[in-house]
Design a protein around this ligand. Sequence first.
Ligand code: SAM
Length: 381
Amino acid sequence: MTDTARLRRRLADDITGHGLTEPAWRKAVESVPREEFLPDAVFRQGRDAQGMTVYRPLRRHEVPADEWLAMAYSNETWVTQVDGVHAGDATGPVHGLPTSSSTLPSLVVRMLEAAGIGDGDQVREIGTGTGYSTAVLCHRLGDDLVTSVEVDPVLGARAREALHRLGYAPTLVVGDGLDERRAGIEFDRIVATCSVRSIPYPWLWQLRPGGTITTCLSGWMQASGLVHITVREDGSATGRFTGEETAFMLARPHQPPPRPTFTIHPGVPRPTGLDPARLWSWTGRFLAQLAAPSAELLGADAQVILLDTATGSQAWTEVDGVGWTVHQRGPLPLWDAVERAFERWEKAGSPEQDQFGLTVAGEDQRVWIGDPSGPGWSLPS
Ligand SMILES: C[S@@+](CC[C@H](N)C(=O)[O-])C[C@H]1O[C@@H](n2cnc3c(N)ncnc32)[C@H](O)[C@@H]1O
């Protein structure tokens, strides 16, 4: 029989220094059996003949038992659902976006460490998923201090079954964790294992003053930033991005509308001094998303397409003999906004994402550079 205690210790060794630093979390990783939280099928990511990302179902009975265990205890994300299709229900390869997973263990622990969780903290987790991170929290804090919310009832039921089977009894809620208002408990920490385009206001009401939110701020360009904000006495909140290259799938209510088949139009061309390839860097993509939050980013290298499905606005770039040309069409001049954002960022010294912060006050949520009075962009409501 395979010694899973040894595999758990090896996983803790693997992620030490890559997210895991605190002994208390190490103990949790060494104790929680991740294989018990994996469903009987997961997706393996690959490429199809056209080079598109594809997810192929892999069933537990198709691989030798020790290989399955090695998968469970590798520092890897195992996608369990794509566009709402569970790996166990998939009859063949699936194209689409992951909607649930057993997240990279180093990332799970990194989020929990970034949240500054300590003994006695009441924690609310958004995105129970398989239940693995919930179990890690329970092991560290005790069941009474852990609440976890999952929007998908099938996933919520599976996680509940696995948690209870292993003796964990946190408060589990099935519902929209961005909207759900739970009276009676004031939390110290909210940690989201799905990302959001802006901070849901109910999260502020659910926290005591001094409480914190740790989440990835993401959007429709798939840019992301891990932010940690603290709620003040007056109910506003502020904090900084860690700068880590960390991303989670978008929370379901924040996902973009379905993208229709679209045609690239000639639009109005003009030269641009902004190298479109800069939009693919971690901070560059984040800036572009702040500047044009309703647009998606497609293409590659210096040929990018910005597409706003709601208004049909588009901007696309091409390399010409001396530099780049941008073609814009529709009511939103998307490239103008991105270009202006890069100009403001360069004027501020071109800082990386760890120099950015977020303040949520009144009806405004503003990402800023340097300090709250610095240049900034409002998040979509
Ligand atoms: C990356 S997975 C969570 C991984 C999980 N923590 C684990 O360790 O297995 C993100 C989860 O967030 C859930 N989710 C998405 N939107 C949500 C929402 N509005 N409220 C609660 N859960 C949500 C998804 O269904 C998905 O299961």
